[in-house]
Design a protein. Sequence first.
Length: 59
Amino acid sequence: MEKKKFVYYQEEDMWIGWLEEFPDYRTQGGTLEELEENLKDIYEELTSDRIPRLHRQAT
C-alpha cells in the first residue's frame, strides 16, 4: 500500500483514527500499531469498489 496520511487521537485507552481521504470512515485500535493495521484494512475495503456511495475528501 502506498503511504496515506491519517488523523488520529487517543481517547482513554483506545486510539481513534481515519484516513484524510476518507474522513467519514473511522476505526480504532487498542494500540497505535493496531490502529495503523485497521486503517490499512479499511483502506483496502474502501478502495475495493464494494461500498456504494462512498464519500471522499479532495484537496
